[in-house]
Design a protein around this ligand. Structure first.
Ligand SMILES: [Fe+2]
Length: 137
């Protein structure tokens, strides 16, 4: 099971809510990944995860643009890589088990790598912006 923890906090708002939702969907994928799984239900949840990841990245990118975030291009590129990987797994995997194990690895990399490194950079940038605003006379 994946779990959202306070170390993952980004904005105490919509981004954190998205991350919690994505983790919940990923856990549903894992939960369905059992011997007597219902293949149609599993496909629906994978579709949901795929769509929500894209939707969430779009939201993060709007936020970064609005903030003139200096690392936007690098962060956008990371999102593109994750989306390309998802597309690849969905089109090139030979069976559901392969899609599932690839998605499981992707989600764990997204949580430990992308959220904890790239999104955390954005969190520090946003916190610094708030701090400097509050220090102004
Ligand atoms: Fe991100």
């Amino acid at each position: 099971m994946f779990k959202w923890t306070t170390e993952m906090r980004i904005d105490d708002g919509q981004i954190d809510d998205d991350h919690k939702e994505l983790i919940a969907i990923a856990n549903r994928v894992l939960w369905l990944e059992r011997p007597n799984r219902d293949a149609d239900e599993l496909k629906m949840v994978i579709r949901e995860l795929y769509d929500y990841v894209k939707y969430h990245f779009g939201r993060e990118e709007v936020l970064m643009k609005n903030l003139d975030y200096p690392d936007f291009e690098a962060h956008h590129e990371k999102h593109e890589i994750i989306i390309r990987s998802m597309n690849y797994y969905l089109t090139e995997s030979h069976h559901m088990g392969e899609i599932l194990s690839n998605f499981r690895q992707l989600v764990s990399k997204w949580v430990t790598g992308h959220i904890m490194e790239d999104d955390k950079k954005l969190q520090r940038f946003m916190d610094a912006k708030v701090d400097s605003f509050l220090k102004k006379d």
